[in-house]
Write a protein that binds this ligand. Structure first.
Ligand SMILES: [Zn+2]
Length: 120
């Protein structure tokens, strides 16, 4: 997709809506690899120069996500990617797999999640 100011605003809105449903603070959303590289190094540790390879990334501890708009071809994939990254933020201990996919589907359907509580 081509990133223009309208699309940028729309992405921030979608991220805001899902963040509130998932009971997480609204993340900072990066939309170009340039924006990833412009972040302080410690914020994007682990994926900086490799960011272009992915549809999206979640920097869990930083309340920061990257949505690789260039690599995304339509609205549906855009929403899927945003929800995917926000599920990472809400369920930071969870890796990819069946349970992850189920939560992502529920999230897309509008399910609300209670705030994350660190397990003791
Ligand atoms: Zn993921």
């Amino acid at each position: 997709m081509k990133l223009d100011p309208d699309l940028r605003l729309r992405i921030y809105e979608i991220a805001g809506i899902y963040a509130s449903r998932f009971s997480i603070p609204e993340p900072k959303v990066l939309l170009t690899t340039r924006e990833v590289l412009d972040m302080p190094r410690e914020m994007t540790e682990g994926a900086r120069t490799s960011a272009y390879k992915y549809l999206g990334l979640s920097y869990n501890k930083q309340n920061l996500i990257f949505i690789n708009v260039r690599k995304i071809s339509n609205d549906k994939d855009l929403e899927n990617t945003i929800v995917h990254e926000l599920i990472h933020q809400r369920f930071p201990y969870l890796s990819h797999g069946k349970r992850f996919n189920k939560l992502a589907r529920q999230g897309l359907r509008g399910k609300k999640f209670l705030p994350y509580q660190k397990r003791k």
